[in-house]
Ligand binder design. Structure first.
Ligand SMILES: [Zn+2]
Length: 484
């Protein structure tokens, strides 16, 4: 029995969110800590979730003109230096390769912290005429940033998996449209695949990607009231193209500078997903990313064993044939209760129970992971019924997350009110803002909350006429929140 207890989650999501999260990640078999601080080992169940996220996005990217490519892990120091013309580099966070075997390298090589400095020079080479544009490249890879912070799987790791898209366009319009296309695809990923309501916005000027004209962002709310920057899409203007000489000859053979974009999502999305839906029983996953969507558990006595197992196996086979990712759990050395706990811990969205009654009545009992709701349904048409129930599980998860979010967007009209509201409830607080970074400082200093976004539309009227901090006329609505 002690073995069963250790299997389960012991921390509380509500009272010890950080510890609970770490426990879910490990006990649900998603990841382990690597021997080097800041690195994790992604286990098959964790990696499978990432693959489903990848599959969806990658398909949408390809449908909208993006080609995948792959650039080297190591970047010459002189290439990184070139980026400094545009941005303050990632210097203190860069890991360097200084030796090959026993020989010191003539030029240090950076382990990529991001790849524009190696991708942009090649885009410059490949872009000759307006006919080469738009050029849309994406790579799925890992990057390394040597930040000395506490390891939190998928949220804070020195190496993380991501995709980075880099595009070049002849005109501003095309580049701006590209920026929004990718932002919308990230929003769609959160809504339709991960069952999380996204907030779409723009980073304030002082917090945009260095060198970018505009940084757009997807923010999602975590159960502890903090916001996660869940994906970003940047319109870079011509600054990077100028630095890296991405130019093209137009129809009149005149040389022009291209407009570029970049956009990315990392496995932090997985962290946000796990934290949003999971509970004190363990992992909860929306069906679209669940490695196993349905588990069929036969429940038998000695005299009914053969019939029940045969019936369950036949049912599982029919589901598999219909395209559902299904497991038949007919292990003999585990009782049904143990199996239920284990599949709940592992986040299987739907359980199908089959016992002698179901066999006799040609039925099956479906149990939803998020709320244990169950329904006994006809065996006939089980594939279609199962799909309906998987859709319902997704809808329930989305509705829960949306309800939480709706209650967590508040308004404030003064510094004290912003501090008090975030201090007491967490979540987002909308306030009028003059646009001056200095007006973020007192909030940052007092409670470590910041302006996580402003509305996408620059022309949107601010929520209040006056800046909540300084009283000057407000330029836009700021969303204050604590953030990951
Ligand atoms: Zn102000």
């Amino acid at each position: 029995m002690s073995g069963e207890q250790e299997l389960g989650i012991t921390e509380s999501k509500e009272h010890a969110t950080g510890e609970w999260y770490a426990e879910v990640v490990q006990k649900a078999g998603l990841a382990d800590y690597a021997p080097m601080g800041g690195f994790i080992v992604t286990r098959p169940r964790g990696y499978a979730i990432w693959e489903h996220i990848q599959d969806h996005l990658d398909g949408w990217f390809k449908d909208t003109g993006v080609d995948n490519a792959y650039f080297p892990l190591l970047i010459p120091e002189s290439y990184l230096e070139k980026e400094k013309d545009v941005v303050e580099g990632f210097d203190p966070e860069v890991a360097w390769v200084t030796h090959g075997g026993h020989d010191e390298l003539e030029e240090r090589l950076a382990v990529r912290p991001t790849s524009e400095s190696i991708i942009a020079p090649f885009m410059a080479q490949w872009t000759r005429s307006h006919r080469d544009l738009p050029m849309r490249l994406n790579q799925w890879c890992s990057v390394v940033r040597w930040e000395a912070t506490e390891t939190k799987p998928f949220f804070r790791t020195k190496e993380f998996l991501w995709q980075e898209g880099h595009t070049a366009h002849a005109e501003e319009d095309g580049a701006w449209e590209e920026t929004m296309t990718r932002l919308d695809q990230y929003a769609r990923l959160y809504e339709d695949v991960m069952a999380m309501p996204p907030l779409k916005g723009r980073k304030p000027e002082h917090d945009k990607f260095p060198g970018a004209h505009t940084t757009t962002t997807i923010e999602t709310l975590m159960p502890d009231g903090k916001s996660v920057q869940a994906a970003t899409s940047h319109y870079l203007g011509t600054s990077f193209a100028e630095a890296f000489d991405i130019t093209y000859a137009d129809e009149d053979e005149e040389d022009n500078v291209a407009h570029t974009t970049s956009w990315g999502i990392s496995w932090r999305a997985m962290g946000a997903l796990i934290m949003t839906h999971s509970d004190d029983q363990g992992l909860v996953l929306p069906p679209a990313v669940a490695p196993t969507q349905v588990v069929v558990v036969p429940i038998w006595q000695e005299d009914t064993k053969d019939d029940v197992i045969e019936y369950a196996a036949d049912l599982a086979a029919e589901l598999e044939e219909s395209g559902v990712r299904v497991d038949l759990d007919d292990r003999e050395h585990r009782n049904p209760g143990f199996k239920y706990n284990e599949h709940e811990l592992n986040g299987v969205p739907l359980r199908v129970e089959v016992g002698p009654h179901e066999v006799d009545d040609e039925e099956a009992t479906l149990v939803h992971r998020p709320d244990s709701d169950q329904e006994t349904v006809d065996r006939e048409g089980i594939a279609e019924t199962t799909q309906d129930h998987l859709d319902t599980v997704h809808a329930k998860l989305y509705a829960n997350a949306e309800e939480t979010l709706d209650g967590e967007i508040r308004e404030a009209e003064s510094r004290e009110e912003i501090l008090g509201t975030i201090g007491q409830h967490g979540g987002y607080v909308k306030a009028g803002w003059c646009g001056d970074e200095a007006c973020e400082e007192p909030i940052k200093d007092a409670i470590a909350a910041e302006i996580v976004m402003v509305p996408l539309d620059r022309d949107e009227e601010p929520i209040h006429d006056e800046c909540a901090i300084c009283g000057e006329p407000s330029e836009e609505t700021a969303y204050f929140a604590k953030s990951y």
